[in-house]
Design a protein around this ligand. Structure first.
Ligand code: GTP
Length: 385
């Protein structure tokens, strides 16, 4: 098992559709390949030949939905070996460097010689400054004082280690692997405010999935910004995966096409990239809801994951984004990016305290290897290193 995500075998029983899924008409795709019992979805001839590609071949004739033909390329490289344990060590080093801005002001509090009220007051200030939020800060201080009492420690340096334990326990509910393989395809819809890192994260995720032999299809459902489509197209070309995109038009239509094509071709994963928007732009939030509804029309059990990408730099505002996007879309997971450039990494504790939606991945840089699965213990240790 590699570190990036967990894969359930294709014969795992399917989970029921989300409760809010509207009873959608059965998709009209009839040629969905069925994996023989015991085979893994991604071992089946995953890429259609160029001649057979008809982007809208499985759409209901009346849907009026069209897209530019997906780019279909044969994979050039064999999937790489699973991530070596040493890679996780390298990640830990990058995580420590990335979280330095957030962690250093907290760590310096434990350089004194006494554990007293002044230390706890300074810690409270530092946690609040790191955008941990009032509730999570209060929780951490109460928990920490209890741990100090129980351990009878008198050394401030030991208190730092106890804080790391308290933080890891608080963050633990956010730790959950992204599962693919329970559905073919696993449809993952990705949303977020402008510039949060959606496309970059999708690109990195695509690379990891493709490297591990998963067949991926990308949906460029940001039909407004040509640069966004091009950016996604670069990731598609680089990883030789298919992409459904369209110049202008309805993002829901592109998403429908992509999910239908993903079903018809037995793809393992369909990743839907949506345009950035603020939760206050109500018409754009309605558009997101429509994309989700239409995806469900293409596959009654989809989307299987609805992810929000948040920029760690935005601190407490990111928590507000989580709440607003969750209200609109019923999020299943988060990707927190840009933790490398921020002193506000405490927001993860605020999310754990107030809106504990799983954090599938965190990003600490622009390079592919700078996005990894979230581990509560690693995060707490790296933050207070
Ligand atoms: N430092 C740092 N930069 C990142 C990280 N993730 C993404 N970025 C950068 O953030 C910028 C915006 O990323 P995009 O992926 O284009 O963001 P987006 O959400 O798709 O943007 P829109 O489509 O405009 O909404 C790019 O310059 C990325 O390289 C990260 O973890 N750390």
């Amino acid at each position: 098992m590699f570190s990036f995500f967990k894969k359930k075998s294709a014969d795992t029983p399917e989970t029921p559709a989300p409760a809010d899924s509207a009873p959608a008409p059965a998709p009209q795709t009839s040629d969905k390949p069925v994996a023989p019992a015991g085979t893994k979805g991604w071992l089946r001839n995953p890429f259609a030949s160029k001649e057979n590609v008809e982007p809208s071949e499985n759409l209901p004739p009346s849907s009026g939905i069209s897209s530019t033909p997906p780019v279909v390329q044969e994979p050039q490289e064999k999937p790489q070996a699973p991530t070596a344990p040493g890679d996780r060590k390298g990640w830990m080093d990058r995580l420590k460097v990335g979280l330095r801005k957030t962690g250093s002001s907290i760590s310096t509090i434990f350089t004194g010689t006494k554990i007293d009220d002044a230390l706890y007051e300074e810690l409270e200030d530092a946690l609040l400054m790191a955008d941990t939020g009032v509730k999570a800060t209060r929780h951490l201080l109460i928990d920490l004082k209890q741990r100090v009492k129980d351990s009878k420690t008198t050394d401030p340096a030991a208190v730092k280690a106890l804080l790391a334990d308290a933080l890891a326990d608080l963050l633990k509910p956010l730790e959950k692997p992204l599962v693919v393989g329970q559905h073919t395809p696993t449809v993952i819809m990705v949303a977020g405010v402008n510039g949060a890192g959606k496309t970059t994260s999708i690109g990195k995720l695509t690379k990891h999935l493709a490297d591990h032999g998963e067949s991926v299809l990308l949906a460029a459902a940001d039909t407004f910004r040509a640069a966004a489509r091009e950016q996604l197209g670069v990731w598609a070309t680089r990883n030789t995966v298919e992409i459904v995109s369209q110049d202008g038009g309805d993002p829901a239509a592109v998403s429908f096409d992509a999910v239908s094509a993903g079903r018809a071709r037995g793809k393992d994963v369909v990743l839907v990239d949506t345009a950035g928007r603020l939760p206050t732009q109500l018409h754009l939030m309605e558009e997101l809801k429509k994309i989700k509804r239409v995806v469900t029309k293409a596959d009654a059990s989809a989307p299987h994951e609805v992810l929000l990408v948040i920029d760690g730099n935005t601190g407490q505002n990111a928590l507000n984004q989580v709440k607003a996007f969750d209200d609109a879309l019923q999020l299943t997971g988060l990707i927190v990016t840009k933790l490398d450039g921020t002193a506000k990494g405490g927001v993860l504790a605020a999310i754990a305290q107030e809106k504990p939606i799983p954090v599938y991945f965190i990003g600490v840089g622009e390079k592919v290897e700078d996005l990894e699965t979230f581990s509560a213990k690693e995060f707490a240790q790296a933050l207070l290193a």
